[in-house]
Design a protein around this ligand. Structure first.
Ligand SMILES: [Zn+2]
Length: 325
């Protein structure tokens, strides 16, 4: 009898201490920011760049594209699809834009040929041509929006070009479709495709690529949310940059669940872009990167946290190699 009571008590005490510990942890991580943080959750929305129309490894184009749309539908959110125009005029390109527009996702502009606008050979006239050619391609779709995303998030290297590009956008009533959370999904995607082409789609090691992808995206999301919290004293609505690729097709459903388990609210991009933070126009030269990064850069107070480029394969490659990926 006595022993039983002791066991029951021990279970109760253990159970309580675990509850207290996990609560402590929550309070502690919020306390770093501000007591107000406990009242609101960080929010993330999904944006997808480029838009490709080819089969990937053994996945037919229509199938892997559908996997992304299904994950979004099951989460009950809509995204913004920033597309290049040059490969959207043929049957597959038109099918792609229709498949996204029909499900309520916004179709936005990501240039015609995906140039780097930090390049010295790029002119403001080139910029306008790139913008307008794709505007013609996408404007026939129901969910066309006048948002523009710079390829590689490079928005100009000189004050003159930066101002020139911005003038062109406002002249055509476009807004910058800023990224707040940047990451290197494209690099993990490339490594995963190489692996699948060699080992097939049933190799259990694919789970290790997934685990790396999930922790990488969450790590970058936490970094940009913590930085924007320091800048604004609140959780802004985030726009995460992903690509229209195989990692999105295979892992987006798990990524959404992972965000939710980590205490994030998953929202649609039309809600996210309404955040006042997107009206920021930082005067950094060169311009670009994540909007959070460049607003922080402009203050001059976060140099110890800001690497350049903000995100790149150079940071992920050694970490993946160490894991044998
Ligand atoms: Zn792109």
């Amino acid at each position: 009898m006595k022993i039983e009571i002791i066991i029951v008590l021990a279970i109760l005490v253990l159970g309580c201490s675990q509850t207290i510990n996990s609560n402590d942890k929550k309070v502690a991580s919020n306390a770093i920011e501000s007591p107000r943080a406990s009242e609101s959750k960080p929010k993330v929305s999904f944006t997808f760049d480029d838009g490709i129309t080819r089969d990937i490894a053994m996945y037919p184009f229509e199938e892997w594209n559908r996997m992304i749309l299904t994950a979004l539908k099951e989460a009950g959110v809509t995204a913004t699809f920033f597309v290049t125009g040059s490969n959207k005029l043929d049957t597959k390109g038109r099918y792609l834009l229709k498949s996204w527009s029909n499900e309520g996702h916004a179709i936005a502009n990501h240039t015609y040929t995906h140039p780097n606008f930090n390049s010295e050979t790029m002119t403001v006239e080139d910029f306008e041509e790139e913008l307008l050619k794709t505007d013609t391609v996408i404007s026939e779709y129901d969910n066309y929006v006048k948002l523009f995303r710079f390829p590689y998030l490079k928005e100009g290297k000189t004050e003159e070009k930066i101002a020139g590009y911005r003038n062109v956008l406002s002249k055509h009533e476009y807004k910058n479709g800023h990224v707040t959370i940047d990451a290197s999904d494209w690099y993990i995607n490339g490594e995963l495709i190489k692996f699948i082409k060699k080992e097939g789609i049933d190799n259990p090691k694919i789970d290790q690529y997934k685990a790396y992808y999930l922790q990488h995206i969450l790590e970058r999301a936490s970094f940009y949310d913590s930085l924007s919290y320091q800048l604004t004293n609140r959780h802004i609505n985030h726009t995460l940059l992903l690509h229209h690729n195989l990692t999105s097709a295979l892992f987006l459903d798990d990524l959404i669940a992972y965000f939710q388990n980590e205490g994030w609210e998953v929202i649609s991009t039309d809600e996210a872009f309404q955040d006042a933070f997107f009206a920021e126009t930082p005067n950094t030269v060169p311009a670009g990167e994540s909007l959070v990064w460049s607003v922080a850069k402009e203050t001059g107070a976060y140099e110890h946290l800001l690497r350049y480029p903000a995100e790149d394969s150079r940071y992920e490659k050694p970490r993946m190699e160490k894991l044998g990926l």
